[in-house]
Design a protein. Structure first.
Length: 184
């Protein structure tokens, strides 16, 4: 039986870095990594990051994960998924679902996000939001964690404190947890 694993948390919490460490540990032949940014670009070439767009993108993200998992492959998601209902949609399905909350204080997320150089997202989003720029920023929209709350699930299957663990140690912790759930 395949499995859907979602690393969720604030932007800058370390989701993608931990996901890449997990992929190196497990191998991409065993685990399909699904990028939210790729799906967003397929659906909305010039996103404004509105609530309606985010709802549409996360619905497509969940649908793609379900499609891959139903074909027999395990799926790894790493996306903020700031609304609990996005994650609950997968939890309510028939395919086993593991929610891993990447916990990190907002101040550390802000430092990490400001230091990004890989252009996966617009840099300095937190700084711009805190500086009081207009609420709907061109090419950015509302900032999760500042303008829009992140809905934490206190019953997540696993909580990883990325402020105190290296990405490699976090990945090893996740892998050990997954093994207790039958992941081999």
């Amino acid at each position: 039986m395949s499995l859907i694993i979602w690393l969720t948390g604030l932007p800058g919490s370390g989701k993608s870095t931990i996901a890449q460490a997990l992929l190196r540990s497990i191998g991409q032949s065993r685990l399909e990594y699904l990028s939210l940014d790729t799906i967003r670009k397929e659906i909305i070439p010039h996103p404004e990051y509105t609530d309606a767009e985010r709802d549409l993108v996360y619905e497509a993200y969940a649908d793609r994960a379900l499609l891959i998992a139903s074909s027999g492959k395990d799926v790894l998601l790493d996306a903020t998924g700031h609304k609990k209902r996005y994650r609950d949609r997968l939890r309510a399905g028939t395919i086993p679902f593991i929610e891993i909350f990447i916990s990190c204080p907002l101040a550390i997320c802000m430092e990490r996000e400001a230091a990004r150089t890989n252009n996966l997202v617009i840099s300095n989003t937190y700084k711009r939001a805190l500086a009081g720029e207009k609420k709907r920023r061109d090419g950015l929209g509302e900032v999760i964690g500042i303008d829009v709350p992140y809905e934490e699930n206190h019953q997540a299957d696993l909580i990883i404190d990325s402020a105190s663990l290296t990405p490699e140690l976090a990945a090893r912790t996740i892998l050990k947890f997954l093994e207790t759930k039958g992941f081999k």
